[in-house]
Design a protein around this ligand. Structure first.
Ligand SMILES: *Cc1c(COP(=O)(O)O)cnc(C)c1O
Length: 425
């Protein structure tokens, strides 16, 4: 459907909902209540809603622990010792990888540090890291501390690609040119695949290709990408990636992180890596031998036995992703985001403020919008009226309508509440 035929009416939004094959999945989630009603939830890019089926997955583990105690490691319905392996197939489908290339462990920043142990190995000549300017703070701290750990100066070693003056997004050509300029000094590229602030999707395929052609390793922080956009990590020849599970992947606050390691790096004993007992082969693990015998999958990077209570909600969520499939999610996402953009344009004509979408066309679920002439009181108004958004000072609002649980009529109602909030000032 063309944006030209869109209408900013409840009847039109209701019709889109009636035609939406994913509409039934709304009832798979729990919604916070405001004024006795489900909220309109735009912050799935920060913390996804809780799927209703998650409770059972957690309860099952609690029950097995209660009734089996230590025996649960091997005799639970889903034995704990390899519980995490159940996620590899489904996650592989979400990020475009084979199950061997996937593991689930720790949390995101921890995993990025562990992966840098393997893939940031600075030498005299090749020691630079390329990232985007104003990366997510945790990523900045991680890169700086890794560089210092190797005795280098972050100001020297970290190359930030900037946006052009007056522009709100990064140009791929600027990134590719910088890669070429840094050339054989470039050890690693590590960028957020979808920028958390402006919602931009980077051209991961081209950037990865360029990085490899100058001999660098290329990794991606997929916190805002996993479960949000189409990923083909294996085919793009990405070396490694990591993501958290609590944003678009709906697995609960601070929950376990997924990693991807390209098949070409698997099954190696000579790769620099911090190792632990859950990375050695299962067949010999309990012989308690002194030598490390790596599993031939990304699980070789696992240090500890899996945090089962944390992985269980991830498995519940992946069941939903498997049922729906990324293709259907992406189809709805494109449509619902363009409908939201349309609603914003229409409301913009009716109010004194001006809305400026700073998210470029290369986007997933998120629209970041400057609300010129507005401030924090508008955000408070939205909250009070059942719209949960993310507000960044002074006046940027981030809207992430996750296709799993947001409806077209949510977009319409949001537009009306936004208008009332501005006009009632
Ligand atoms: C959300 C997010 C994080 C969070 O890291 P944790 O280790 O899970 O706290 C890191 N990087 C990016 C780009 C993010 O969007």
């Amino acid at each position: 459907m063309e944006i030209l035929s869109y209408q900013n009416t409840l009847a039109f939004a209701n019709q889109l909902d009636a035609d939406d094959p994913l509409a039934k999945y709304r009832s798979e989630f729990h919604y916070p209540q405001v004024n006795g009603k489900d909220v309109i939830y735009f912050t799935g890019n920060s913390l996804g809603l809780q799927p209703r089926r998650t409770q059972k997955f957690v309860d099952d583990v609690m029950k097995d622990w209660r009734e089996l105690a230590v025996e649960g490691h091997f005799y639970a319905e889903k034995p704990w010792w390899d519980y995490h392996e159940r996620l590899a197939k489904g996650l592989g489908r979400v990020v475009g990888a084979s199950p061997e290339e996937i593991s689930v462990m720790n949390t995101l920043t921890v995993n990025l540090h562990l992966l840098m142990v393997s893939f940031y190995r600075p030498s005299q000549k090749r020691y630079k890291i390329l990232c985007e300017e104003k990366a997510f703070p945790s990523d900045q701290y991680m890169l700086q501390s890794q560089v210092r750990f190797h005795g280098l100066d972050p100001n020297e070693a970290i190359v930030e690609v900037k946006k052009r003056d007056g522009e709100h997004f990064w140009r791929t050509e600027d990134i590719l040119n910088t890669i070429e300029t840094v050339g054989d000094e470039l050890a690693l590229i590590l960028i957020g695949g979808v920028n958390y602030y402006n919602g931009q999707v980077f051209d991961m395929k081209e950037i990865t290709k360029a990085g490899k052609s100058v001999g660098a390793f290329v990794g991606w922080d997929l916190a805002h990408a996993a479960g949000n956009i189409e990923l083909k990590l294996h085919d793009w020849d990405v070396d490694f990636a990591a993501w958290c599970s609590y944003k678009y992947m709906n697995s609960g606050p601070g929950n376990a992180s997924g990693i991807f390691i390209h098949a070409r790096h698997l099954g190696k004993t000579d790769i620099p890596r911090f190792e632990g007992w859950w990375g050695t082969k299962k067949e010999t693990r309990f012989l308690m031998q002194p030598q490390f015998d790596p599993i031939e999958t990304a699980d070789a990077w696992q240090l500890s036995n899996p945090p089962v209570l944390s992985v269980a909600p991830y498995l519940a969520s992946l069941e939903l992703f498997d049922e729906v499939g990324m293709d259907a999610l992406l189809e709805k996402q494109k449509k619902i985001v363009s409908y939201l953009e349309f609603v914003l344009q229409e409301i913009d004509k009716e109010v004194d403020s001006t809305f400026e979408v700073i998210t470029p066309k290369e986007r997933g679920c998120q629209l970041s919008v400057f609300l010129h002439g507005e401030g924090r009181t508008l955000f408070d108004y939205l909250m009070k009226n059942g719209v949960i958004t993310d507000w960044r000072e002074p006046n940027v609002i981030r809207l992430g309508p996750a296709p799993f649980y947001c409806s077209y009529s949510d977009m319409y109602h949001f537009g009306q509440i936004l208008k009332e909030g501005i006009l009632s000032k």
